[in-house]
Design a protein around this ligand. Structure first.
Ligand code: Z5A
Length: 212
């Protein structure tokens, strides 16, 4: 299967500003006349969005860690087949708000599930597919949580404690170290205009290296 498009993922912990900065990525691609699909995980198709609702809803019943992991990959399998792979085959770029690095960070780092188990599911669901570029927005946990302070609705993940989010952040750093060729870390603690300038710099660098 030939994938003509580029697969860009945006990652980071709570309150790093993914949603805010994806808008900046979109403006940049539009200015470059690059056709793209913007999507998110968990979610991105009607069925996967239903799985997302199941995953994020606060509930009295404890959600088993393995249940959570399998639901993430179930949503991803659907999303890949219905949205991501077709777009890449058509030559469009895919801008995805979180992907499998989030599973390593949240289910591996946060929930302490085996990284080998995650890797096995990753191979089953996505074969060898990996993002071409991953922008990791990074900010200290306290600042990120403070930014979410005024939200009216708090989802099941946002109810976790500081040590969970510290473990998530540490695993993101571990992933970035393991895959330096595709990860670019953006200091998301800076003023928004500086963050966006850095994002655009990395996108320009990526386009230049893809063309070379
Ligand atoms: N999850 C998982 O566990 N495993 C997986 O495999 C996957 C996901 C794929 C839903 O994801 C949950 O699913 C997520 C992990 C789990 N956990 N939670 N919660 P999500 O991405 O939809 O949820 P989220 O992380 O809460 O994303 P969000 O709500 O879109 O937040 P955000 O994108 O990081 O932040 P934002 O809304 O763009 O910005 C937050 C505020 O900060 C806002 O007021 C901005 O104006 C402000 N902001 C942003 N940047 C700045 C700067 N630079 N300075 C000052 N203020 C700023």
């Amino acid at each position: 299967m030939t994938l003509l498009g580029k697969f860009i993922t945006i990652e980071g912990g709570e309150g790093v500003g993914k949603s805010t900065n994806i808008a900046c990525v979109e403006s940049f691609l539009q200015a470059q006349a690059i056709s793209y699909v913007k999507t998110r995980e968990p979610g991105g198709t009607p069925l996967a969005e239903e799985i997302r609702s199941l995953l994020l809803a606060p509930r009295d019943e404890k959600v088993c860690e393995k249940t959570e992991l399998l639901l993430m990959f179930a949503a991803r399998a659907q999303h890949l087949q219905q949205v991501i792979l077709p777009a890449l085959q058509r030559g469009e770029w895919v801008i995805c708000d979180r992907f499998t690095d989030a599973t390593y960070a949240y289910q591996g780092g946060g929930r302490k599930l085996s990284l080998d188990t995650i890797a096995t599911l990753e191979t089953v669901v996505q074969g060898g597919l990996q993002p071409d570029l991953t922008l990791l927005l990074d900010v200290d946990v306290g600042t990120g949580l403070a930014r979410l302070g005024n939200r009216e609705q708090i989802d099941r993940f946002e109810r976790e404690q500081q040590d969970f989010f510290e473990a998530v952040r540490a695993m993101y750093h571990q992933r970035a170290k393991q895959f330096p060729e595709r990860f670019r870390i953006v200091d998301a603690g800076q003023p928004l205009e500086v963050v966006q300038k850095n994002i655009i710099h990395y996108l320009q660098q990526f386009i230049a290296s893809s063309a070379a």
